[in-house]
Design a binder for this molecule. Structure first.
Ligand SMILES: [Fe+2]
Length: 446
C-alpha cells in the first residue's frame, strides 16, 4: 500500500501520479499554480489513479460554479469505474464528491468529516471541507473542523502552516480576533507565502477597523501573496476596502482596474468581488464610470449557465443589474431564483431563506423603492450567513440597509444599524462619514 506525504493510504496510481497529487495538494493549499491541470496530467499518466480523479472532482466543486458540473460528473464516473479496490478513505471522498455534484453541500461536508475522523491528516478532505464551510457560511466549522484535526498535525507534517492558516480564518469568522491573528502569524512564520493566512489576519484588521495597519500589512508583504497567486484578487479587494475607508476612491478604483477586475473575470469568485466593490463605491457616491456596465455584461452572459446555482453569486448579479437599470436581466434572474428556491438541495434553502429576499431588496433599491429595500433586508440580515461569504463580504448588507433607510427618511433606523459599525471599528472613518451623510439628510426627511 502506498501512502501520500502525510501518511494517508492511496489504493492505486503510479509513484509518479502520487507525486503529481502531492504537487496538486500544494497548489490547492497555496493557490499558486493549477491543481486541476496537474491532476489531469496525473490521471493521463496513470488512469487507474482513483484519488487523482476524486481530487479533480472535489477541487472543481470548490469553485461553486455550475459550468464544472460535467467535468465533476466525468471524474466521479472515472473513479467509480476503476474503484473496485478503492480504500475506505477514497470511498468517503467519492461519497462527498457525489453529494457535491448533487448540490448537497451539507451532506458533502459531513462525508468529508467522516474521512477526517479516520484520517485527520487528509489535506484534501480538510481543504475542500473548509472551502465548502465558507460557501455554506458555517463559521463554527470553519473553526471547529480545523480544531478537530489540529492535534494530529505538527511542524514536521507537510502543509502544517496551511492548517494553521485555515484555523486562523475560522477563528476570525468566530470573532476570536486575537487568537485568529496569532494563528495567522504562526502560519506565516512557517510559510510566508500563504495567501490564506495573510487573508485571515487581514480579516481581523478589517473587522477591528485597523485600517492603516491593514494597508501596511498587505502592501508590505504584497510580493508574498501576489501576483502569482489565484487568490490575489481577493486580497487586493480587501486592500481596496481599506483605502475606501479613508475615502480614497481613486486608489480603490486603481486596484479595481489593475488587480481585481483587469479584464473579464475568469472566475465568479472574482466577479463577485468586483461587483461588491463597485456597489460599495456607488453607495459612497463615487463615479465608477462604465465599470458597472462591463460587470453587468459579464453577469448577463453567465445568466443562463450559472443563475440559480449559488444564491451568494446570484445576489451579486442582482446588484450589477440594479446598478445598471437592467430590468429584463433582473427579471430573468428572478425567474431562475424562483426555480432554485423550489429545490430541496442546499442552494434551494439558501435561496428561499436569504437569496430571494435580498435579490428583491436590491431590485427595489435600484428602482428607488427604499422603504421596500429596508423591509426586505432587515429581517434577513441576521441570518444571511446561511448563504455563505465572510462577515466582511456580508457587510454590504448593512451598508445597503443603512443607505436605504437614510434615503427612505428612516433616520433613527439608519443610525441604529450604523451604531454597530461605530462600536466595532472606532478608528474607521467610513462609519463617521455615513453618520455625517445621515445627519445632512435628516432635516429634509422630517
Ligand atoms: Fe476575505
Amino acid at each position: 500500500m502506498r501512502h501520500d506525504a502525510r501518511g494517508i493510504p492511496v489504493s492505486s496510481g503510479s509513484a509518479q501520479a502520487i507525486q503529481r497529487y502531492e504537487q496538486a495538494i500544494g497548489q490547492l493549499q497555496s493557490y499558486v499554480g493549477d491543481p486541476v491541470a496537474t491532476l489531469d496530467q496525473a490521471v493521463a499518466e496513470s488512469p487507474d489513479f482513483v484519488a487523482g480523479h476524486l481530487m479533480k472532482a472535489l477541487t472543481l466543486a470548490t469553485f461553486a460554479e455550475r459550468q464544472f458540473a460535467p467535468a465533476i460528473a466525468a471524474s466521479i464516473e472515472a473513479a467509480r469505474r476503476i474503484g473496485a479496490n478503492a480504500n475506505d478513505r477514497e470511498r468517503g471522498l467519492a461519497q462527498a464528491a457525489q453529494h457535491l455534484a448533487g448540490g448537497e453541500w451539507h451532506a458533502a461536508c459531513r462525508a468529508l468529516d467522516g474521512v477526517l475522523a479516520d484520517y485527520p491528516r487528509d489535506a484534501l478532505a480538510l481543504q475542500v471541507a473548509h472551502l465548502m464551510d465558507f460557501y455554506r457560511g458555517d463559521a463554527l466549522n470553519l473553526r471547529n473542523r480545523v480544531a478537530r484535526v489540529l492535534p494530529h498535525w505538527s511542524r514536521d507534517v507537510p502543509g502544517y502552516s496551511y492548517v494553521l492558516g485555515m484555523h486562523a480564518f475560522g477563528l476570525e469568522e468566530m470573532n476570536q480576533y486575537p487568537e485568529a491573528e496569532d494563528a495567522a502569524r504562526a502560519a506565516l512564520a512557517i510559510e510566508r507565502r500563504d495567501g490564506w493566512a495573510v487573508h485571515a489576519a487581514t480579516h481581523v484588521m478589517e473587522m477591528q477597523g485597523r485600517i492603516d495597519e491593514g494597508i501596511e500589512w498587505l502592501t508590505s508583504r504584497e510580493r508574498d501573496w501576489a501576483p502569482d497567486n489565484g487568490f490575489a484578487f481577493h486580497n487586493f479587494w480587501h486592500l481596496a476596502l481599506f483605502h475606501m475607508d479613508g475615502g480614497d476612491h481613486a486608489r480603490a478604483l486603481a486596484l479595481y482596474d489593475g488587480a481585481i477586475h483587469p479584464g473579464p473575470a475568469s472566475m465568479l469568485l472574482s466577479l463577485v468581488d468586483a461587483t461588491a466593490l463597485l456597489w460599495r463605491l456607488r453607495l459612497e457616491g463615487a463615479d465608477v464610470g462604465a465599470r458597472f456596465d462591463e460587470v453587468a455584461d459579464e453577469w448577463e452572459a453567465k445568466l443562463d449557465g450559472e443563475a440559480g446555482f449559488y444564491a451568494f453569486n446570484d445576489f451579486h448579479a442582482a446588484m450589477a443589474f440594479a446598478a445598471t437599470g437592467r430590468e429584463a436581466a433582473g427579471a430573468r434572474l428572478m425567474q431562475r431564483i424562483a426555480h432554485a428556491a423550489e429545490g430541496n438541495d442546499t442552494n434551494g434553502a439558501m435561496t428561499r431563506e436569504v437569496g430571494a429576499p435580498l435579490i428583491r431588496a436590491i431590485a427595489a433599491y435600484g428602482r428607488g423603492r427604499y422603504d421596500e429595500a429596508v423591509d426586505l433586508i432587515a429581517p434577513v440580515r441576521d441570518i444571511a450567513h446561511r448563504f455563505g461569504g465572510s462577515h466582511a463580504q456580508r457587510d454590504i448588507l448593512s451598508l445597503t440597509l443603512i443607505d436605504a433607510a437614510r434615503r427612505a427618511g428612516r433616520v433613527s433606523l439608519a443610525k441604529h444599524v450604523l451604531a454597530e459599525r461605530l462600536a466595532a471599528k472606532p478608528e474607521s472613518r467610513w462609519g463617521r462619514r455615513i453618520m455625517t451623510r445621515i445627519d445632512a439628510a435628516a432635516p429634509a426627511a422630517h
